[in-house]
Write a protein that binds this ligand. Structure first.
Ligand code: SF4
Length: 227
């Protein structure tokens, strides 16, 4: 019964390859302000902000980096202070020991291998200690070199609801999205899903009644379906 309902819902909305362009267009119209929520002024601040954002909110990171980026302006600055001092300065973002280790390691490699500049390619970013695929994807996308699609909890939930993936594993979800989302939209697509996920398609009870994707979404609540 449940399975036939899912099949029926998928038939109703049609194949994802036909839906993806209108999905992107409608989300763009709905959330023109959907961009990264971290505050940064240059590539280095972007990298550090994204590294600090693991396991905490962007608001929290912005609060900490407001002072941090006054004190630490170049990669050398993160290595010039005692470890405990940097730990204290980023303490409020949580996991401060591990983050301090990662940031200092990344700064060292930036200086040794990249002339102190943040590289733009995914492969180079992944050579920085403590920079995992998600961090590298976010940084590369913001620098205009999206080579993947960032998958966080909102992206996973909405991709599943919209029938763009049936997977749970972020790496497999990213692969599914790369197959269907036009390459030109790789950088902004996660932001659109994240903002839609925060405002409309919330985790517990999505607001399908006010969702612009209702006729394109196989998970739309039946009680709000038009017609
Ligand atoms: S129709 Fe409902 S489930 Fe589908 S994307 Fe919109 S809010 Fe989410």
């Amino acid at each position: 019964m449940a399975r036939s309902y899912v099949r029926e819902a998928r038939r109703r909305v049609g194949p994802k390859s036909d839906r993806i362009v209108p999905v992107v267009e409608r989300l763009l119209a709905e959330h023109p302000d959907a961009t990264i929520a971290l505050t940064f002024r240059n590539d280095l601040e972007l990298l550090v902000s994204v590294m600090l954002s693991a396991q905490t909110t962007d608001v929290n990171v912005n609060r900490v980096t407001k002072d941090l980026f006054v004190k630490y302006r170049r990669p050398e600055d993160y290595l010039a202070v005692p470890v405990e001092e940097l730990e204290r300065d980023i303490y409020a973002t949580g996991f401060y020991r591990q983050k301090t280790r990662s940031i200092r390691g990344a700064m060292r490699v930036l200086l040794e291998e990249f002339d102190g500049e943040v590289p733009r390619g995914l492969d180079e970013l992944l050579r920085l200690p403590g920079v995992a695929r998600k961090t590298a994807n976010v940084v590369a996308s913001e620098l205009g070199h999206a080579q993947g699609i960032v998958v966080d909890t909102h992206v996973r939930r909405l991709s599943q609801r919209l029938g763009l993936t049936r997977n749970e594993d972020p790496v497999k979800i990213e692969r599914d999205l790369q197959r269907v989302v036009p390459r030109a939209d790789w950088a902004r697509f996660p932001h659109l899903l994240i903002w839609h996920g925060r405002r409309v398609c919330v985790a517990r009870r999505p607001h399908c009644e006010s969702c612009v994707l209702v006729d394109l979404c196989p998970a739309a609540r039946i009680d709000v379906m038009p017609g």
